[in-house]
Design a protein around this ligand. Structure first.
Ligand code: FMN
Length: 346
């Protein structure tokens, strides 16, 4: 059963998605971002090999989807053979809940050495024939399962790599229905500025193929979102780090793109209050507690909570206190003390 990417969304405007982020893109946060206007939010990357070897159980919590709160759902996989991807997709679709997923996304951008040295993630940028073979086979399987197949990649492997546009054209020609390009090389990891001109060159190379094209990298607000779309010519965009602890960014960007112009942006930028930020932190924590229990949730939130309290008076002290907390009650107390102005919670 053929399904097109654009069939999933009935909107004539650019799509705004939460960029997948390991440690941040849990099912709870993806639902929160959807509430604030994110059109969709892929899961963080999961190993196709592990699913083939062990079934879905070990990776279940990373792949868990909730169509009721997320809207369109997307599971991202990484791997290095077409067989692992196709087999993993079939295994996922044997699970009652996971079989409701709309999109499978192939990770061709992860720069982590452990992944790259196996030839997966951004390692696939260096083996374009294998990358295309993976896309061709995965698309066939996706179609048989009634799913959409997308790819997320980078502008190249390193500075000397000029293959980006050709790579994008090949991915589209092999059957990718949407491509997201992060404007950094794998070697850059997350350092430096995203190169939107290089994204534009890749977008240009896919012109006329019908592929939906996302630009990604350094979108921080409505104005940077507008500029990314303008410079790259992308159809839509994904927001990563600026959305950590900041689901409000989706409504801000959406409103800016719909109504905004640099002259009236002040009117539409809604900055949440400290108390709203604290409440949202607790909402995410509560969702995570439901997912994995209090001990693990509080522990995992240690890397997330500092993002919510960025810019608070005494933020560094609050951050230390939050990172020492091991229960929901302690977290709430630290936040309440900080809202009441009782020092910084340490
Ligand atoms: C902590 C962290 C985890 C990430 N995990 C993933 C991942 O699982 N899959 C993926 O495709 N990209 C991952 N990324 C990359 C982001 O999706 C995004 O491409 C990158 O951060 C650039 O966008 P930004 O400038 O808006 O943050 C991760 C990035 C960060 C910072």
């Amino acid at each position: 059963m053929r399904r097109d990417f654009s069939d999933l969304f009935d909107t004539g405007r650019p799509l705004i998605a939460l960029s997948p982020m390991a440690g941040f893109s849990c099912v709870t946060y993806r639902g929160i971002c959807h509430d604030f206007g994110a059109d969709y939010a892929p899961t963080e990357l999961t190993s196709a090999r592990s699913i083939v070897m062990n079934g879905v159980d070990r990776s279940y919590r990373f792949m868990r989807i909730k169509p009721e709160t997320e809207g369109v759902t997307c599971i991202q996989l990484f791997g290095n053979t077409p067989e692992d991807f196709t087999e993993a997709m079939k295994i996922i679709c044997e699970d009652e809940l996971l079989s409701r997923v709309d999109i499978f996304d192939i990770n061709m951008g992860c720069p982590v050495q452990k992944v790259v040295k196996t030839g997966a993630g951004s390692g696939l940028i260096r083996t374009p024939k294998l990358a295309c073979n993976i896309v061709t086979k995965a698309r066939e399987t996706a179609e048989a399962l009634g799913k959409v197949l997308t790819v997320k990649t980078r502008i190249g492997y390193d500075e000397s790599d000029k293959s980006g546009p050709e790579f994008a054209r090949m991915l589209a020609g092999s059957g990718a229905q949407a491509i997201c390009v992060h404007g950094r090389t794998a070697k850059q990891m997350y350092a430096g500025k995203a190169d939107w001109e290089k994204i534009r060159a890749m977008r240009g190379a896919t012109e006329g193929t019908g592929v939906y094209f996302f630009g990604n990298g350094d979108v921080r607000d409505g104005e940077s979102a507008r500029r990314l779309l303008e410079v790259t010519g992308a159809d839509g965009l994904m927001i990563g780090r600026a959305a950590c602890g900041n689901p409000w960014i989706f409504s801000e960007v959406k409103e800016y793109l719909e109504n905004g112009s640099p002259c009236n942006v002040k009117d539409i930028k809604k900055t949440p209050s400290l108390s709203e930020k604290c409440d949202m932190l607790i909402t995410e924590l509560d969702g995570r507690i439901e997912e994995v229990g209090e001990r693990i949730a509080v522990c995992e939130m240690r890397s997330v909570m500092p993002h919510y309290i960025k810019g608070f008076p005494g933020a560094s002290g609050i951050k230390i206190a939050l990172c020492r907390a091991s229960t929901r009650m302690e977290v709430r107390q630290i936040l309440d003390d900080c809202l009441l102005g009782k020092g910084n919670g340490v």
